[in-house]
Design a protein around this ligand. Structure first.
Ligand SMILES: [Zn+2]
Length: 364
C-alpha cells in the first residue's frame, strides 16, 4: 500500500507541472477554445477528416509574446494537425491580430474568430468560468464553397463587402477551396507561406513541376536551383518553400522587368516571360539554365475568366481552383524560350544589379 502511495505521489508530481503549465498557458487555452467553438459551429468530432484548420498563430505576437502554443491547444482538442495535412499556419506579419479559422469541406461552411483583447488580461480563475466562445470578440460563420458561393452570390457579396473574416476573405476562401479540391501538402505549404492562394503562386508550382521534368536534379549533394526572378511575381514564394531557393542563401535573385522589355520578350517569343531557372553545381561550378514563358491568357480564356461579368470577388478564385487541373500538365502553359550552359562568369552577369538577364542572354 505504501509503495503504491509513493508511486502515485511520484506520478502526480510528474504530471502536475505539465497540466498546470498547460492550464496557465493563455495561448494554449485560446487555441483549445477556438477548436471547441469551431467543432460546435461546424459540427465535427475530433479527428474528422473533412475539416481544415487555418491560423496565424505562431506568426502573430500578442503582448510581446509568440503565440505558437495556440497550435497545441487546437491539436489537442480537435486532433487537426499539420502532420495530417489539415492544420496550417498561414503567414502574416507579426503585428497583425491573431485569428483562427475552420472549414468543413462537406457543408462548405467556415468559422472565423478573433480573440477579445480582454481575454489576454484575464486571470486563470476568470478564464475557468468563461464559456469557450466568450474568449472571442468576433465569430463569423459563412458559406465559402466556391460553387455554392457562385450559385448564390449574395452571401459572397456580404462576406467580402462586410469583411466577415476581417480582410482575410480572399486568402482563407482560396486556401480552403484548393484544399477541398485535393491540393497536396507541398502546395498547401507554399500557399500558406505566400499568405494566400492566387494564380501567381499556382504558376510557380506549375513551373516547379515543369523544371523538375525538363531539368531534374541528378546530384543531390552538389546541385541547387537558382532563380533569376525577372520579372518576379507570387511564383517566387513557391520556389522558396519547395526548393529552399532563397535570397538569403544566394539561390534567388529577384528584379523587376520594365514593361518595354517585357513587351519585347513577349513580341519575340509570343509568350509572357516568366523568369530564368539555373540548375547549378556548386562543386564543378557549372550549370544549365532555361528561360521560361508562362501563358496566363489561354488559361484565363479556357477558365472563362477573361471577360468576367459575375461578382467582383470571384474571378481570381475561379482561376485559382480551375488552375488545379493544369498542375499535372504544366507544359500546356509553360514554354522554354532558351536553353543555355552556365559558367561562373555568366551566373555573375545574370545576377548582378543593373543587368537585364534577357539582354545578358542575347534574347532581346
Ligand atoms: Zn499572390
Amino acid at each position: 500500500m505504501k509503495r503504491m502511495y509513493t508511486f502515485l505521489l511520484a506520478f502526480c508530481c510528474l504530471l502536475l507541472p505539465i497540466s498546470a503549465l498547460a492550464e496557465d498557458d493563455l495561448m494554449y487555452d485560446l487555441g483549445s477554445r477556438a477548436a471547441e467553438v469551431g467543432m460546435d459551429l461546424l459540427n465535427f468530432e475530433p479527428g474528422a477528416d473533412n475539416i481544415l484548420g487555418l491560423t496565424n498563430a505562431g506568426h502573430a505576437m500578442v503582448k510581446g509574446k509568440t503565440t505558437e502554443h495556440a497550435l497545441t491547444g487546437i491539436t489537442d482538442v480537435s486532433r487537426l494537425s499539420n502532420g495530417n495535412n489539415n492544420l496550417f499556419q498561414v503567414n502574416r506579419p507579426n503585428w497583425k491580430p491573431l485569428w483562427f479559422y475552420f472549414f468543413n469541406k462537406d457543408s462548405g461552411m467556415a468559422a472565423y474568430m478573433e480573440p477579445d483583447a480582454a481575454f489576454y488580461s484575464m486571470s486563470t480563475e476568470d478564464r475557468k468560468s468563461l464559456a469557450a466562445d466568450k474568449a472571442f470578440s468576433q465569430i463569423s460563420l459563412m458559406q465559402v464553397d466556391l460553387d455554392k458561393m457562385l450559385a448564390n452570390p449574395n452571401e459572397g457579396n456580404t462576406t467580402f463587402n462586410k469583411k466577415k473574416f476581417s480582410g482575410n476573405e480572399f486568402s482563407l476562401i482560396g486556401i480552403s477551396n484548393v484544399w477541398a479540391a485535393g491540393a497536396g501538402y507541398d502546395f498547401m505549404n507554399a500557399a500558406a507561406f505566400h499568405d494566400h492562394l492566387c494564380p501567381g503562386v499556382t504558376s510557380g508550382y506549375m513551373i516547379i513541376k515543369y523544371v523538375e521534368k525538363v531539368m531534374p536534379i541528378t546530384n543531390q549533394s552538389a546541385e541547387t536551383y537558382i532563380d533569376i526572378g525577372c520579372p518576379n511575381w507570387c511564383k517566387e514564394d513557391a520556389y522558396q518553400m519547395i526548393w529552399d531557393s532563397t535570397p538569403g542563401k544566394n539561390s534567388m535573385y529577384v528584379m523587376a522587368l520594365s514593361p518595354e522589355d517585357e513587351a519585347a520578350v513577349k513580341a519575340k517569343y509570343g509568350i509572357r516571360p516568366a523568369g530564368i531557372i539555373v540548375k547549378w553545381n556548386s562543386v564543378s561550378l557549372k550549370g544549365k539554365g532555361i528561360a521560361l514563358g508562362f501563358d496566363f491568357d489561354t488559361i484565363s480564356q479556357e477558365l472563362g475568366v477573361a471577360n468576367w461579368t459575375g461578382p467582383a470577388w470571384a474571378p481570381k478564385l475561379v482561376q485559382d481552383i480551375g488552375m488545379m487541373d493544369y498542375v499535372d500538365k504544366p507544359e500546356s502553359a509553360i514554354k522554354t524560350l532558351k536553353e543555355f550552359e552556365v559558367d561562373e562568369k555568366l551566373l555573375t552577369e545574370l545576377k548582378t544589379a543593373g543587368n537585364n538577364p534577357y539582354k545578358v542572354l542575347g534574347m532581346i
